[in-house]
Design a protein around this ligand. Structure first.
Ligand code: AMP
Length: 231
């Protein structure tokens, strides 16, 4: 199953995607992580993306689309994937529709005030990208990643002045995707308005939403074509 996790920065979509992916045996593909990896390795993609990311702006569509297309053509994506942070614009969504057919879009619906609180408390492992939050999911040992013992710090684009820019960018360029996918009848909303909800609880709400969506589709199919068990 091919899935998109949509939501503003700080909605918890990355954390949810990393926990939900093993359940569906699908890779979690975060375009933000791919860019950060490219920056670390000083590749041409990393060099082009860096200045946009530092300002909290979107990297131009042609760069991100090419990078994503190459990633989803890899063997591990044969049976599906979870996209986190892509698409972020209508042209990206239109291009994606040309190269792959998405089954469901999970919209993490989070009130603005919660996003600002979450982002200002978010810290990330410099080595493996694991996400922690000083409110709710702190690392077990201060400053150290639970998973790989790497150094846990605040991402430079999680600094307050860049956060506001990223939120504006989301509202202007990414939010229209909610209606885009609603019109295609593949959007499932997951309300996330409780700051005390644990990462596991959020991931479970997302899994429930995906299972509900699959059930609704199966019911609609059997209403139209009849149940496969009936003669
Ligand atoms: P994220 O980790 O998803 O918050 O992404 C971090 C930054 O990477 C964003 O603020 C953008 O600058 C860039 N980025 C990630 N995904 C995309 C995308 N689909 N389109 C354009 N820029 C992106």
């Amino acid at each position: 199953m091919k899935k998109i996790f949509l939501g503003p920065p700080g909605s918890g979509k990355g954390t949810a995607a990393s926990r939900v992916a093993p359940k569906f045996n699908a890779p979690h593909i975060s375009t933000g992580d791919l860019f950060r990896q490219n920056i670390k390795e000083q590749t041409p993609i990393g060099t082009s993306a860096k200045e946009y990311m530092e300002r909290g702006e979107l990297v131009p569509d042609e760069i991100v689309i090419e990078m994503l297309k190459n990633r989803i053509e890899e063997d591990d994506c044969e049976n599906g994937f979870i996209l986190d942070g892509f698409p972020r614009t209508i042209p990206q969504a239109e291009k994606l529709a040309e190269i792959s057919e998405i089954d469901v879009v999970i919209n993490m619906d989070v009130p603005d005030e919660l996003i600002v609180k979450r982002l200002s408390a978010r810290i990330t492992c410099e080595d493996c990208g694991e996400i922690f939050n000083l409110i709710g999911i702190p690392p077990k040992k201060e400053g150290e990643c639970d998973k790989c013992q790497g150094k846990v710090t605040r991402r430079s684009d999680d600094e307050p002045e860049v956060v506001q820019n990223r939120l504006n960018t989301y509202k202007e360029q990414t939010e229209p995707l909610i209606d885009f996918y609603k019109d295609k009848k593949i959007l499932k909303n997951v309300p996330c308005n409780n700051i005390n909800q644990t990462a596991e609880e959020t991931a479970q709400s997302v899994i429930d939403a995906i299972e509900d969506f699959t059930k609704d589709i199966q019911e609609a199919v059997s209403e139209t074509f009849g149940s496969p068990n009936k003669e």
